[in-house]
Write a protein of this length. Structure first.
Length: 196
């Protein structure tokens, strides 16, 4: 083989490797819905975190995380779960609420926890419009996911689904951090508080 042919092939391989290295992008779910208020993002987040959407045809169905849930997540959160298949790990970590009260708060503890969540990603662009909320409600942890048809507009589970009485429901509180990333409000961080 001639030297010129060898150099041409080697240079093409180097160009191909460089292009393939720099053109890789992490695939994440791209938002399509913009929430105009933080309350809309929160109700979608808590309502659809434990729900599933049935996708398929002719007797073959797959239960997937609903797009309404993925729409309520920040870009940072969507980078973490990558796509709707990876959202499975969330089931059971966020309780299903039957009723709740929501209020905007200004507490130092949640602000510190939120700032500490950026320690492992120091170059992440932070939002300018950050709001902190506390959600107090009656909830229940299920070992199975809920059909998204049973979720009310405010994010609560329909009472038709529950076989539990109000005495069996837990008093639960969530701290939620809602931000505006330019594509509407989304939930960027949450932390559960146990009340006894």
């Amino acid at each position: 083989m001639k030297k010129s042919t060898f150099y041409a092939i080697a240079s093409l391989m180097i160009v191909f490797l460089v292009l393939s290295t720099f053109s890789r992008k992490t695939k994440i779910y791209e938002k399509e819905i913009n929430f105009n208020t933080p309350e809309e993002a929160i109700s979608s987040f808590i309502g659809y975190a434990n729900a599933y959407e049935r996708i398929g045809t002719k007797g073959t169905y797959i239960n997937m995380a609903p797009t309404k849930f993925l729409e309520s997540l920040s870009r940072r959160y969507r980078l973490f779960i990558k796509n709707s298949n990876d959202a499975r790990f969330i089931y059971g970590y966020i309780p299903s609420f039957y009723s709740y009260d929501l209020e905007e708060i200004d507490e130092k503890l949640i602000k510190e926890e939120y700032e500490n969540s950026f320690d492992k990603i120091p170059n992440y662009k932070r939002a300018k419009d950050i709001r902190f909320y506390r959600l107090d409600g009656n909830s229940y942890y299920y070992n199975k996911v809920i059909d998204m048809e049973l979720i009310n507009d405010n994010g609560t589970v329909s009472n038709d689904y529950s076989s539990t009485s109000t005495e069996e429901l837990d008093k639960t509180s969530l701290y939620l951090v809602v931000i505006d990333e330019g594509e509407g409000y989304v939930v960027d961080y949450y932390q559960e508080i146990y009340l006894d």
